[in-house]
Design a protein around this ligand. Structure first.
Ligand code: PEP
Length: 250
């Protein structure tokens, strides 16, 4: 089964009103108005309203980089899934390694965030991935399986609604990309794990690769049988590069 690919840009904490406008307009002008893949821009929360207006009625969807596990209340600084929904957010990254590393997010928190997103009709992009030390210690399989298992445990009943992103931590923002073979091997084992959760839905669940994907290496990565798209950081801030990645996703 070939899934329609998903290309997700993660702007991280970058941008400004002026720069965002230039970038989104370039993406709208440069891309086919009906690309062969789905495209989402995961923008910093303060710019959701701006980018919502810029992408209105276009092929570009709006995404968040995080979501609260809580619905409302005394959680200063948090943003709930229903608030994101108010801005037309369709996807939310959960469990990005930077959130796990700098904000202490555990597998259980990530699972709860995925549940909160799903509860509001937002598709969580669930990130899993091993550090370099874990890879070197031969723990890649154990780590990614443990991270995904927590999400399946809480969200098994609606597992068909999630997107998974395999992001080896050692490849994020480092310029070191996993080889297509390395990435495919992990994607295949994640697919098998999803199959155990739901043999009916596993083939259709999109598993993205993330970690220094760029215009030069995207096509080869996206050609792997279990790579259904990309989660792109740095290259999503450069319109020509991001457009080339979108064009490679078919
Ligand atoms: C990311 O932030 O999810 C990511 C993959 O970053 P980069 O593409 O810059 O490695």
């Amino acid at each position: 089964m070939t899934n329609r690919k998903l290309i997700a840009g993660n702007w991280k904490m970058n941008g400004s009103l002026a720069a965002n406008e230039v970038l989104v307009k370039a993406l709208l002008q440069g891309a086919d108005s009906a690309p062969a893949c789905d495209v989402v821009l995961c923008v910093p929360a303060p710019y959701l309203g701006q980018v919502q207006a810029l992408v209105a009625d276009s092929h570009l969807a709006l995404g968040s980089q995080d979501v609260s596990a809580q619905t409302h209340g005394a959680y200063t600084g948090e943003k709930s899934a229903t608030m994101l929904k108010d801005f037309g957010v369709r996807y939310a990254i959960v469990g990005h390694s930077e959130r796990r590393q700098y904000h202490g997010e555990t597998d259980e928190t990530v699972a709860a965030k995925a549940a909160a997103a799903l509860g509001a009709g937002i598709t969580p992009i669930v990130c899993v991935g091993e550090t370099l030390a874990e890879r070197d210690a031969g723990q890649t399989e154990e780590v990614v399986k443990r991270q995904l298992a927590a999400v399946i445990h809480v969200n098994g009943h609606c597992i068909s609604e999630i997107v998974v992103a395999y992001e080896p931590v050692w490849a994020i923002g480092t310029g070191k990309t996993a080889s297509p073979g390395q990435a495919q091997a992990v994607h295949a084992l994640l697919r098998t794990q999803l199959h155990h959760a739901s043999s009916e839905h596993a083939p259709g669940i999109r598993i993205l690769y993330g970690g220094s994907m760029n215009a030069a290496n995207a096509a080869e990565l996206l050609a792997q049988p279990d790579i259904d798209g990309g989660l792109i950081g740095g290259a999503s801030l450069k319109a020509p590069d991001f457009l080339q990645i979108i064009a490679a996703a078919r």
